[in-house]
Design a binder for this molecule. Structure first.
Ligand code: FAD
Ligand code: DLZ
Ligand code: SF4
Length: 514
């Protein structure tokens, strides 16, 4: 058989990826490329670029040790104009393969590029299914067909049945599919709070850090300290550390936020799962084993597994079902740019300051910070979902469009009009006060609704409901909120409007990361 060229992308870092599984190390050549086009189509956080480049370089070594021939091109090799297309064209000239094989990419933009290669390149291009996902793209489309509502909960139950995870015969373990009602406790400061597994940079990572600092210095975020795992072995250590130390309390405190505690009981594994260093189903099976051995309660194991085989698979299904049009949806017609303080953390709002500062320093925030702090505020303030989508794609180390876009545009901003969420995730300061201790140290008073010292979330929340009455009033889950609003006097409603306007007037938006 003639030689094939296997293109392995930066988020396909597993020997089990379908393109490698379909190839022969003794015959074929693997191509991996660090390219400026991928690093700058949005200006990714410096730490994210370093994570991906270092993990790619380590994976190339892993493949070489397993007998593969790897043509690896660093950012220095591919220079200022490198792209997947330019590098594949060069590699075809060099290796003269009979075909190019690639596993389907996560993003529509890249899939579109690969489809164009079929007529552009001098050899055939084969795009294989990404078998790391439990639900194939056509399988999700079949599930969605003829359904009026695409609720995650029903999809999740099918994934439980399909994988056999936490099943007791054909019934869910413990008699219920979902134990979320037990998972809404506020957290307390705890000296023994687990911390994510940290890895000291090796020589390869140090070289990447120098490359990123010299080439992407103007990108958002702090490059150092850099402690992410960049090899499969270290990612596995991070996984095992999480399952032993944090998973037992993951469920209880899943929705909690705590000043000074950036990770709480979250896994910080999305970065490794999305890159390919960890297999999502394997992580879930290990969480189930911990439950079966009595080390982890059912609400924690179920909650964690649901995030992965439920939410993660579901948002990917929605992405491919609805792209390319999905990215332009804007139910509330919001147009504001992302406020400048989203890039600096320079705000008196203690909760947002904490979430944004840690985003800048760690390229990480946990789900409730993304949804109920930065997402909530942006929605209340009327930020354009497209601008916000770009912000989330830039700032988080785990962000790839297939997972980030539905979470931002659908779940967080309700910009798809309720395809993904049954009501907008909006909340006033009372919710944040219930689920966190941020308000205690805040310059604003969470109990005041209006006025210069009132928590800005409060007036913005009621004003958002008033502004969007026509689009939300009929939603049965919003009826109670409108009843409450309607009980406010005319004067109070006018105060709400004025206070919200005053907050919005303070938001400067220069439109981009300076
Ligand atoms: P944990 O809380 O420990 O959860 C366990 C795992 O479940 C995660 O590692 C992740 O793989 C999966 N998971 C949990 N929630 C979701 C979800 N809603 N969608 C998909 N997978 C989920 N997740 C990303 O992986 N990339 C993104 O770019 C991304 N952008 C987001 C943007 C917004 C506005 C919101 C509200 C959520 C976003 N999420 C994204 C989902 C979620 O916030 C992250 O997966 C999670 O915070 C990652 O941290 P963790 O590994 O500690 O997660
Ligand atoms: C995100 C990213 C970045 C920053 N750089 C690279 C790169 O240089 N080379 C590469 O192969 N992949 C990179 N990636 C990940 C790709 O953007 C990702 O594979 C596509 O968006 C498809 O999901
Ligand atoms: Fe955030 Fe408002 Fe609480 Fe301040 S008072 S921390 S702005 S919710």
């Amino acid at each position: 058989m003639p030689k094939k060229l296997i293109l392995v992308l930066g988020d396909q870092l597993t020997p089990n990826v379908s393109s490698l599984a379909a190839s022969d190390p003794a015959r074929d050549v693997v191509l991996m490329v660090e390219v400026v086009e991928e690093a700058t189509y949005v200006r990714h956080h410096k730490k994210k670029i370093a994570l991906i480049f270092s993990a790619m370089r380590h994976f190339a070594e892993e493949l070489r040790a397993a007998g593969w021939t790897v043509d690896y091109r660093t950012i220095a090799d591919t220079g200022k104009t490198g792209s997947f297309t330019s590098e594949v064209a060069r590699a075809i000239k060099k290796h003269k393969p009979s075909s190019v094989i690639v596993t389907e990419p996560g993003e529509y933009r890249v899939r579109d590029m690969f489809e164009r290669w079929k007529t552009m390149l001098t050899v055939p291009v084969e795009i294989l299914r990404d078998t790391r996902f439990i639900c194939a793209i056509p399988e999700f489309a079949d599930w969605a067909r003829d359904r009026k509502q695409l609720r995650m909960e029903y999809f999740y139950r099918d994934m439980r049945r399909k994988t056999g995870l936490l099943m007791d015969g054909d019934k869910p373990e413990g008699g219920k599919w979902n134990f979320d009602a037990e998972n809404r406790k506020p957290a307390k400061t705890d000296l023994f709070m687990p911390r994510p597994h940290r890895v000291k940079p090796d020589a390869t990572t140090e070289a990447v850090l120098a490359d990123v600092q010299s080439r992407f210095a103007k990108h958002f975020g702090d490059l150092e300290p850099f402690w992410f795992a960049v090899t499969r072995k270290d990612a596995e250590k991070a996984r095992d550390h999480f399952i032993t130390e944090a998973l037992p309390r993951f469920g209880d405190f899943q929705d909690a936020m705590l000043e000074g505690e950036r990770f709480l009981y979250h896994s910080v594994l999305s970065i490794y799962i999305n890159l390919g260093l960890l297999d999502p189903l394997d992580v879930c099976r290990r969480a189930e084993v911990a439950y079966r051995k009595g080390r982890v309660p059912l609400n924690a194991a179920e909650g964690f597994i649901r995030q992965i085989i439920g939410w993660r698979e579901y948002v990917r299904g929605i992405y491919w079902l609805r792209m390319p049009g999905y990215i332009d949806e804007n139910h509330f017609m919001h147009t504001r740019s992302v406020p400048d303080f989203y890039w600096t953390g320079d705000t008196d709002m203690a909760c947002l300051k904490a979430a944004i500062t840690q985003t800048k320093e760690e390229a990480y925030a946990h789900h409730i910070q993304r949804l109920m702090l930065t997402g909530n505020f942006a929605l209340l303030a009327g930020v354009s979902p497209q601008a916000l989508h770009e912000w989330y794609l830039i700032v988080y180390a785990d962000a790839y469009e297939w997972v980030e876009l539905p979470n931002t545009l659908g779940m967080s901003q309700f910009a798809d009009g309720g395809l993904l969420a049954s009501k907008p995730y909006v909340a006033s300061g009372a919710y944040i006060n219930r689920m966190s201790n941020h308000c205690k140290g805040c310059r604003y008073d969470v109990k005041q609704r209006t006025g210069p010292d009132a928590c800005p979330f409060n007036a913005l929340y009621w004003d958002f409901l008033a502004r969007n009455r026509g689009k939300l009033e009929a939603n049965p889950r919003m009826v109670q909120m409108y009843r409450t609003y309607d009980r406010f006097s005319d004067a109070d409603q006018a105060d709400i409007r004025d206070s919200a306007q005053a907050t919005l007037a303070t938001l400067t938006s220069s439109g981009d990361w300076p």
